[in-house]
Design a protein around this ligand. Structure first.
Ligand code: ADP
Ligand code: MG
Length: 253
């Protein structure tokens, strides 16, 4: 049975999509069978892994709103061992359309359960909100990975996220654990980065991944080429650190 990891933080621009795409691709690179699940209406993980949105017939919207089976939505990517459930802007309506429906919080969980045996890992890229899409992701997952950007106010908003995690644990998914906190976009030239690392470690202690993601220009270029970093520039620092993260995730079990 595959392990399902939600990459969540309601703040935008903290590295959720970069982490989802590159953790997924690096897990695939080391031989794991991986499903990337795009649950953000912006569809950045979808385009970032090289899927043309114009070519997407069915997307995550059809799974959540129209009960289409996951197997009919899954697409292969150019990366060996890596499949994706894509998202398009159509998903923007789902949050509202789901409100009056039965079992609205467990739709993703049910859909992924049907394909869980085909994968070692599923990585879910969440939108920058704590609405029904993120609730679906947390309800479907075994663990949540929280990217935290190394900047001022890094911890701001995290209590809301942790509160949502607790509510999901209490009412919808008692098995959900915090997989880990990932420090992202570290600028090693500044003292600020070091301060933030200390602060986050004080708060989350052994939940913080040993791997820290630095700012790396190649990581920001790769999505416009529709490639994960391990394909776009396998020798870059970005590729090295996301490979380290993938290994850490595997070792953590
Ligand atoms: P989120 O999904 O949380 O909104 P993204 O992963 O899209 O965040 O990252 C926000 C922006 O920062 C994107 O333009 C992305 O390319 C860039 N970025 C993310 N991580 C890094 C990094 N380690 N180094 C440089 N740029 C990064
Ligand atoms: Mg994103």
């Amino acid at each position: 049975m595959g392990k399902i990891i939600a990459v969540a933080n309601q703040k935008g621009g903290v590295g959720k999509t970069t982490t989802s795409v590159n953790l997924g691709a690096c897990l695939a690179y080391i031989g794991k069978r991986v499903l990337l699940v795009d649950v953000d209406p912006q569809g950045n993980a979808t385009s970032g892994i090289g899927i043309e949105k114009a070519d997407v017939e069915h997307c995550i919207y059809d799974i959540l709103v129209d009960d289409v089976a996951a197997k009919d939505v899954i697409k292969p990517t150019a990366v060996e061992n890596l499949d994706i459930i894509p998202a398009t802007i159509q998903l923007a309506g789902a949050e509202i359309e789901l409100v009056p429906t039965i079992s609205r919080e467990v739709r993703l969980k049910r859909a992924l359960e049907a394909v869980k045996d085909n994968y070692d890992y599923m990585v879910i890229d969440c939108p920058p909100s704590l609405g029904l899409l993120t609730i679906n992701a947390l309800t479907a997952s075994d663990a949540v990975l929280i990217p935290v950007q190394c900047e001022y106010y890094a911890l701001e908003g995290l209590s809301q996220l942790l509160n949502t995690v607790r509510l999901v644990q209490k009412h919808l998914n008692t098995d959900l654990t915090i997989e880990g906190v990932l420090l992202t976009m570290l600028d090693a030239r500044t003292n600020l980065g070091i301060q933030v690392i200390d602060e986050v470690k004080k708060y989350f202690q052994d939940k913080v991944y040993k791997t820290i993601i630095p700012r790396n220009i190649r990581l920001s270029e790769a999505p416009s080429h529709g490639q994960p970093i391990i394909i776009y520039d396998p020798r870059s620092r970005g590729a090295e650190v996301y490979l380290d993260l993938a290994k850490e995730v595997v070792v953590n079990g």
